[in-house]
Design a binder for this molecule. Structure first.
Ligand SMILES: [Fe+2]
Length: 489
């Protein structure tokens, strides 16, 4: 999952009334800019399906009907759709649009969604005023009502209901690419790659003229190990929209999976000119992929420079920026690189995460980062929070929390604190189930690397050898793995 769509620093923690004021202040502030400040060009260039004229209806840039009579509102919605699907840094304009159009259900549901993408513990409270406005808006269409229900399920922590509603939208309205994006993001966070592909399979025929659809399909194909098709879909997307960073990202994964490090670096660097308008997640994550190639080429210095210049520092309070930073520092350190005081600096921001739990994948990174930063009290607090939340989360994900997330968090904390035997005993039973915590294959590979390191330090050499031998079968191009194997003999 997975994205910062907001170009502003999120509020950390505050009382509900203060949060409401903050949201209202945001809306009021931005409303002043809306009429002239933001040019809500919809850039619509897609053929519109034949739709009968309906009073009180407009069409979005993909041809879906929207219940509003206001051209400015549909302009704002189209701008938002392009920003979200293109991972731009101007999507926050939807807050002003929603505030200015309280009777537009979809604008308000989209604003609520954007708040939820902040991935903070208080995001549901921030989203609630927009969700309430969406629910109170008159006469939403069936598509809009389904999207509101999906957003409500998100805000209230019911992922199964969210999966069902988004799946229904994509099936019935395959050109609703916002529903496809959100649905794929959710399946990704639940570790359900087949679900991601099922959704884009529904959409791709009806939206074959839209580059974003091919980019989303490409990443789903890649995560399902259908690499040649993924490459083809990513390149198709880029032929329609060269600057689609998600399609570039899908292509980056295909190169990483195949060990095509030189091609991956060349491809990504040749598209980096299009990333400057990206939100912090996409900007830092695409550079993170470049850093990964360099690490596997034994160019740790390049990767460390990318950490300092590109991966860490765009929006230090944002979840996905923090996750990328933890993952990159950890990989460098596991290769024997001295990362200096970077953990301590990162730990300052991770401490803000100890009293929340949003997605297991995020939390596993936070807990390891806190441990590496030497924040033992923060680690203890975080583990206690995860343990307690595991019993109150939606039943749909409860087993993953209790049987995988909590022991994995304890194991990663122990590994980060240098307690290798404990790390091994906690991680060993859950290694085969880590897909359930979400994230991409490339991202979750970090946990395998940490486990391998713990095995070696705990003296479990035979088991460590088995892990590295399997890694060599999958990715024999990485010279470092052969060095580790030689060391373990
Ligand atoms: Fe990625």
């Amino acid at each position: 999952m997975q994205a910062s769509y907001i170009d502003a620093t999120p509020p950390s923690s505050a009382s509900p009334s203060r949060l409401r004021k903050m949201v209202e202040a945001t809306v009021d502030l931005r409303r002043k800019d809306t009429p002239k400040g933001l040019a809500f060009d919809d850039h619509a260039s897609y053929p519109q399906p034949e739709s009968p004229f309906e009073a009180g209806m407009q069409h979005d840039l993909f041809g879906n009907t929207v219940t509003t009579e206001d051209p400015a509102t549909i302009g704002a919605i189209n701008h938002f759709l392009r920003e979200v699907l293109g991972y731009g840094n101007q999507s926050a304009g939807i807050f002003a649009a929603a505030g200015a159009a309280p009777s537009c259900a979809l604008a308000n549901a989209y604003a609520a969604s954007l708040m939820m993408f902040m991935e903070t513990g208080n995001a549901p409270e921030l989203a609630r005023p927009f969700l309430d406005a969406a629910c109170a808006a008159p006469a939403p269409s069936t598509r809009e009502a389904l999207y509101i229900e999906a957003t409500k399920a998100w805000v209230e922590g019911h992922p199964e209901a969210m999966v069902l509603k988004l799946g229904e939208i994509v099936q019935r309205y395959p050109r609703d690419l916002m529903a496809l994006k959100l649905g794929q993001t959710l399946h990704f966070l639940l570790g359900d790659f087949e679900g991601m592909l099922r959704l884009s399979n529904h959409a791709i025929g009806a939206a074959s003229d839209v580059g974003f659809a091919h980019g989303m399909h490409a990443f789903a194909l890649e995560q399902n190990h259908r690499i040649p098709e993924a490459e083809e879909a990513a390149l198709k997307a880029l032929s329609l929209e060269r600057g689609d960073p998600w399609a570039q990202h899908a292509f980056a994964h295909t190169q990483e999976t195949q060990g095509r490090l030189d091609e991956g670096i060349a491809f990504m660097r040749s598209h980096a000119d299009t990333w400057e308008h990206c939100n912090s997640f996409m900007l830092t994550h695409n550079w993170w992929h470049v850093a990964l190639y360099h690490i596997d080429r034994d160019e740790a210095g390049e990767a460390l420079a990318l950490y300092d210049q590109r991966v860490w520092g765009v929006w230090k309070e944002y979840s996905q920026d923090q996750i990328g930073a933890v993952a990159l520092l950890a990989r460098l350190e596991l290769r024997g690189v001295d990362v200096g005081n970077r953990w301590a600096e990162l730990g300052v921001f991770l401490k803000a995460r100890v009293n929340e739990s949003v997605w297991p994948f995020n939390d596993l990174h936070y807990v390891y980062g806190l441990a590496r930063a030497g924040e033992e009290a923060g680690v203890r607090e975080k583990l206690a929070r995860l343990q307690s939340d595991a019993h109150s989360v939606d039943p749909y994900v409860r087993r993953t929390w209790t049987e995988v997330t909590v022991p994995a968090a304890r194991g990663l904390a122990a590994a980060g604190l240098g307690r290798h035997a404990q790390a091994v005993s906690e991680l060993k039973p859950v290694m085969s189930r880590l897909q359930e915590v979400g994230g991409s294959h490339a991202q979750r590979d970090l946990f395998d690397l940490i486990y391998l390191d713990a095995l070696e330090h705990a003296g479990e050499i035979a088991r460590a050898r088995a892990v590295v031998q399997k890694r060599i079968v999958d990715r024999g191009h990485i010279a470092w793995q052969h060095r580790v194997l030689a060391r373990l003999h």
